[in-house]
Design a protein around this ligand. Structure first.
Ligand SMILES: [Mn+2]
Length: 355
């Protein structure tokens, strides 16, 4: 992959000689190496993957056009020092939003370089606007989620545990083409659904329960994310009212979203509808987040996000209402924002399903 050229531009702009990329997703984005162990080294003169023996062959296959350096008994420090000497590097940057403090201290101690400088999230930011190819992978991953939702509706029966349903969802995601899950599936029923990120438990699904399912898979490295909430049996009037309020908030955002909004402006549209319906204090998380190689990427759609959402960025739209000792509802779609609106990658039904 030749995304290293974008990194070289960042180096030039910041007057840096070289960078050690340590964030696994960034390593993949820049080089194609999916091993997530080691570093990608970029200077004006060269681009290399530095890793250990376990990943040498993988790196040779994946990081086309890259120099592959396997560390020896002297570890990363010795291997990096050899390169720094050959390249004549004085100012070496590192990803300060990724590197452990302990690793930083070790490198600072051992590397033969004048300055070890923080680069912040400059490289992560390159990933914000997706290419058509990246969007194709995200769309495919979300389509797998849609088909899993259809299948799981035929599987769920009262008396099953949340864990059984979660295990089935994860199995179906992989059988239908996902290489892995993008995060452990959330399956929360009844009062458990009042916890936005409940961990699936041995609780059995009962008649009258809300059942929230939040899941996604990885396709060619890219993540998907969707949430649907259904009712087991007939929904009560209160359940219907809560569900329809969340849906109204979500649809209001989907109707207006396009490039140019600040993240906080989109969040406010949904938040106002939920608060005005009397549920202030019941929507304690942000409206959404971007999705790509990582499941949670910036920019966010949240009360504090000042960044503008641009065309080619992805965003989840996932308002919710959560009531302690009662239950909760979240509905989540994944879209790509365009100049004139959005393309919604999620196609599963959003009318309240009573199973
Ligand atoms: Mn999400």
């Amino acid at each position: 992959m030749d995304n290293f050229k974008k990194v070289q531009e960042i180096l030039q702009k910041n007057n840096l000689d070289a960078v050690l990329i340590s964030n696994g997703k960034n390593m993949y984005y820049v080089s194609g190496f999916a091993g997530e162990t080691g570093y990608v080294y970029i200077s004006s003169k060269r681009h290399a993957v530095i890793t250990d023996f376990r990943y040498t062959i993988q790196a040779e296959i994946e990081a086309k056009g890259y120099e592959i350096i396997t560390i020896g008994n002297g570890g990363y420090e010795e291997a990096i020092n050899d390169i720094l000497k050959e390249d004549g590097i004085n100012k070496l940057a590192f990803e300060s939003e990724d590197m452990l403090f302990a690793t930083y201290n070790k490198l600072k101690d051992k590397l033969l370089v004048d300055e070890l400088l923080p680069l912040g999230d400059d490289i992560t930011r390159l990933r914000r606007i997706k290419t058509p190819k990246e969007l194709e992978y995200i769309k495919k991953a979300e389509a797998i989620g849609d088909s899993v939702f259809t299948e799981i509706l035929n599987f769920i029966k009262p008396g099953m545990t949340e864990l059984e349903i979660a295990a089935r969802i994860e199995y179906l995601l992989k059988i239908n083409g996902g290489t892995t899950t993008s995060f452990p599936a959330i399956v929360a029923s009844g009062v458990n659904s009042s916890m936005p990120h409940a961990v699936p438990s041995q609780k059995k699904v009962e008649m009258g329960d809300f059942l929230t399912m939040d899941f996604g898979c990885v396709y060619n490295g890219y993540c998907s994310d969707m949430t649907r909430t259904i009712v087991i049996g007939k929904a009560s009037d209160k359940q219907k009212e809560i569900y329809n309020t969340v849906l109204k908030a979500q649809m209001a955002v989907l109707d207006v979203i396009k490039a140019g909004f600040k993240g906080k402006e989109l969040d406010k549209i949904a938040r106002d509808i939920i608060y005005d319906a009397g549920y202030e204090g019941c929507f304690g998380h942000g409206l959404g987040h971007s999705v790509g190689l990582a499941i949670h990427e910036n920019p966010r759609l949240s009360v504090s996000e000042e960044d503008v959402i641009l065309a080619g960025m992805t965003a989840t739209i996932e308002p919710g209402i959560y009531i302690k000792d009662f239950g909760g509802v979240r509905i989540e779609d994944l879209v790509v924002v365009t100049e004139t609106g959005c393309e919604n990658f999620t196609n599963s039904d959003k009318n309240l399903i009573e199973l």
